[in-house]
Design a protein around this ligand. Sequence first.
Ligand code: GDP
Ligand code: MG
Length: 163
Amino acid sequence: MANLVAIVGRPNVGKSTLFNRMTQSRRAIVSDVAGTTRDRQYGKCSWNGKEFSVVDTGGWVVKSDDIFEDAIRQQVRVATEEADLVLFLVDVETGVTDWDEDVAMILRRAKLPVILVANKVDNSGNAYEAAEFYRLGLGDPVCISAATGGGTGDLLDMILTKL
Ligand code: GDP
Ligand code: MG
């Protein structure tokens, strides 16, 4: 089974929180300050007897020759080159941003599986708000709360079907 899953998304959407939950580790630092994941980015996730690798792209420092390419875009590009599956994390509290639209376009063009994940759905009330992410053209979002774990079991089931 091909097995590298990359978590991509804007700073502060909850990438490190999800990474820690998937890898049962506290070693990726979670912070309110954007861009503060500094240590471990790779981990292993076990689910239903299967194991795969996870990378939190928020901690990657990627070198690029193109001075006009911003850091986050570089991370997305490298993720699409290295990963077998991308989890594109968006934030239901902020809704769709211009950056989300740009990244969605890059991901739609890349020929690899993507799961659109709406994070911070901490209660059923804001699951309704997640419907707006459908316009990113990546299907219906899978709603989760990385903080409480809500929806993450269904997400892991879906990951196994796509690897
Ligand atoms: P990253 O920059 O994408 O790695 O985001 P972090 O994992 O560091 O999280 C950024 C902030 O969002 C932190 O304050 C987290 O506690 C918070 N956060 C992460 N997941 C959730 C969630 O499911 N619900 C809520 N309400 N907050 C979350
Ligand atoms: Mg982080």
